[in-house]
Design a protein around this ligand. Structure first.
Ligand SMILES: Nc1ncnc2c1ncn2[C@@H]1O[C@H](COP(=O)(O)OP(=O)(O)OP(=O)(O)O)[C@@H](O)[C@H]1O
Length: 253
């Protein structure tokens, strides 16, 4: 589904990604962990095609296409979804209208008819139930005045509505209370199937108790320096990152 080879990227003249290699197959969940500032959000943003980031080397193949050739909106239409670390507020646009437009654009791209009002409402209701989100939030301007947790839950609601092939969740767990964490994770798990994949950026192993990853990768200074299974996340929780950094520096020396 996704093959990242030696990906390098910079922002504002600063090299951040220094050669990322990662392969994601359909049905898999990958967790990306790592110290602050190591490039996790940058990786998610580069994959989603955000303009502030300049790719300076490497390649990304997504479902047989050159992902780096596609504009951000084309990537979204091709099934890539990024749940932001800091969801943006869009005054004057309700979540409902935003969803209607986004969903119908994707359907049009697939050659499908737009959903009629009944079909749209049915889907809204089904997905609202999945992430236990209140109707009143969806008729307010997108994210405007939402609490941190409400914004994150709304991100997962949008994801549920759009049913992406590749979901990138950037610290979706930060700012969530215990119940919201479980609900959000249940939402992600309910959407999982053999044809889609998820990349979860997180600092905390507790999210991975709910969304169980097939692989865990540690990003450090713009490179994946260690990969393992869920057990690696447990080890990181216990030991931190120092031992990995020391091993790495030892090997380099
Ligand atoms: N627009 C920008 N201008 C300048 N530097 C930036 C910009 N965006 C990111 N950076 C820098 O790039 C580095 C990587 O940032 P990134 O947000 O990808 O890290 P992260 O691993 O997600 O960190 P965290 O765990 O703290 O969220 C940081 O040093 C950050 O300051």
């Amino acid at each position: 589904m996704l093959k990242i080879t030696n990906l390098q990227a910079r922002v504002e003249e600063k090299e951040i990604l220094k050669g990322i290699n990662l392969e994601v197959k359909p049905g898999e969940v990958h967790a990306i962990m790592g110290p602050n500032g190591s490039g996790k959000s940058t990786l998610a943003n580069v994959l989603a095609g955000r303009e502030d980031y300049e790719v300076t080397g490497g390649s990304v193949e997504y479902l047989g296409q050159d992902l780096l050739d596609l504009a951000a909106e084309e990537r979204a239409r091709e099934g890539i979804f990024l749940a932001f670390q800091y969801p943006v507020e869009i005054p004057g646009v309700t979540t409902t209208n935003f969803m209607k437009t986004a969903l119908n654009q994707i359907r049009e791209h697939k050659g499908q008819e737009p959903l009629d009002a009944v079909g749209f409402l049915k889907r809204m209701k089904e997905k609202m139930a999945l992430v236990e989100i209140d109707q009143s939030l969806l008729s307010r301007s997108l994210n405007e005045g939402f609490s941190g947790g409400e914004k994150k839950r709304n991100e997962i609601f949008q994801m549920a509505m759009l049913e992406p092939k590749l979901a990138l969740l950037d610290e979706t767990d930060s700012g969530l209370d215990i119940d919201a964490l479980r609900i959000v994770a249940n939402g992600v798990n309910a959407l999982k199937n053999k044809d889609n994949a998820t990349i979860v950026v997180t600092h905390y192993q507790r999210l991975l108790d709910y969304i169980v990853p097939d692989f865990v990768h540690v990003l450090y200074k713009g490179r994946i320096v260690k990969s393992g299974t869920k057990d690696l996340a447990l080890e990181l929780e216990e030991r931190g990152y120092d031992w990995i950094i020391k091993d790495l520096e030892g090997a380099e020396a």
